[in-house]
Design a protein around this ligand. Sequence first.
Ligand SMILES: [Mg+2]
Length: 260
Amino acid sequence: MIALDKTKTYLIDLDGTMYRGNQVIAKAVTFIQLLQKHHVSYVFVTNNATRTRKQNLAHMEHLGFSGIKEADFFTSATAAVSYMKKHSNEHYVYAVGEQGLFEAIGEGGYEIDKHKAKLVFVGLARDMDYQSYSEAARILRQNHALLIGTNQDRRIPEGDSFSIGNGAIVEMLRYASEAETILIGKPNPPMMEEVLAYVGKSKEECIVIGDNLETDIAFAKDNGLCSIMVCSGVHTKADAAHFRIKSDIIIESLDELYIK
Ligand SMILES: [Mg+2]
């Protein structure tokens, strides 16, 4: 059993940590209740740019979580927009993605115009086809636009199988267009910069909890944070033994964590 420091803010991954697709992970609901009971602060940090905050909340409530708010979600779409607002003066953008990304772009005050777009945001878009991707690549190339990948996930686990992740799509568009590219989501520094600004904490005050070595644990270690790896998602203890960086703590299940 591992005692949690209740003065810290926990940056908690969603898929593979709280649920797997449409299935809640055992002990995730009671873990969140434990944090709430002890007034420990937390935010759900996800590379998934497809859902809006409202949709994320609805999904969690449907799975049995309670007492969480829309503001408890921080997505790579939100991070991509807030990061670009700080680092670029461009106003016109184009985007490939789903509702979560388009909501974030709207909140950022950007205007979508494929002829003037100098920034092209790319999040997972499950209904895109060859023609739509070709158009996005043409916009990138003709407008000399910057490609902003909301995340670089290789694969999306689905049971014993997987679907192609957004990182692979971003890589395809980068290759076709030769556009300059910025990657936002975990493990990249822009995601950390933005989530720390969002919670108003320093990296010493936060701890990452997640299931994925390449995204969550690298996100923590590459950016100087402590991490807790939970083996309920994509990676196992055996994977962790071979990974280039080590998680501070590795647990099989969230019920190994307690608060004094
Ligand atoms: Mg995960």
